[in-house]
Design a protein around this ligand. Sequence first.
Ligand code: NAP
Length: 262
Amino acid sequence: MKTGIIGATGWLGSALGAGLLSRGIVQPGDLVLLNRSGPRPDYHGHADVIWARDVADLVAQSEVVVVSVRPEDWPGLDLRAAGRLVISFMAGVEAATLATCGGRIVRAMPNAAAEIGVSYSPFWAAEGVTEAERDTVRRLLSAIGTTDELEAEAQIDLMTALPGSGAAYPALMAVAMAGFMRAQGVADAIAWRAAEAAVIGGARLLEGRITEAPALLAAYRDYRGTTAAGLDAAESAGFSRAIEAALDAAADKARRMARGKA
Ligand SMILES: NC(=O)c1ccc[n+]([C@@H]2O[C@H](COP(=O)([O-])OP(=O)(O)OC[C@H]3O[C@@H](n4cnc5c(N)ncnc54)[C@H](OP(=O)(O)O)[C@@H]3O)[C@@H](O)[C@H]2O)c1
């Protein structure tokens, strides 16, 4: 299927292009690319992709158009894509606004892990998107990881806040943990390795079984050891409330972006 990517050399657009090519989901001759800075002689090891002259040329050559520019660049695009399936990666640009381009609209929310092919990229499809087109969306998003279809567009703002945040909250936790260790006199490199053991090594134990997290916490608490003391202190200091406040603020920012008030 002829697939166009607007923003093909950006963080997400480039990850999508790389994944589509390396997994053979789209052949190089069916991949139509556009960016701001101009064509590259080599695109993820391929010279035979198609570089569009401009947005209109990309639409003319594509059955599906992926919009992966920053939200603030959307108004200047002047996308006209009547009859096309249009998949937007943009946070805070609502379907009602996107629909002015005349296409059938899907919003997807990948995250930075797209770069390593493990993004969770839930999508929401507006009215008029067919079952076959939903399958196309799933196939294209499989190039960068996994996906689910969401029931309501409002949930895209929530996904922007959570999976869209990528490594931000693990990084925040790692900085706090390493900072504590350093403050106790632990050498810098060892402080970071200790934080890595908790944030990365610990997370690996939950990989593929995240729904078991409550049971794991209960087991730590039942043990009544040092970690139980730590968990209780974290909750008393507002750990869960802090996470809720963070996600609330991020989702609210996405909603305000949609209303042009961010
Ligand atoms: N990065 C994330 O983790 C993440 C997570 C969730 C959602 N998103 C959403 O994904 C979208 C893309 O984010 P990103 O981080 O990939 O942004 P980015 O790295 O800044 O890439 C933006 C891309 O858009 C291109 N571009 C800008 N204006 C253009 C125009 N008028 N015509 C054609 N191409 C144009 C740029 O071209 P040049 O390369 O030539 O400059 C670049 O390739 C954003 O809307 C963001 O909200 C991002």
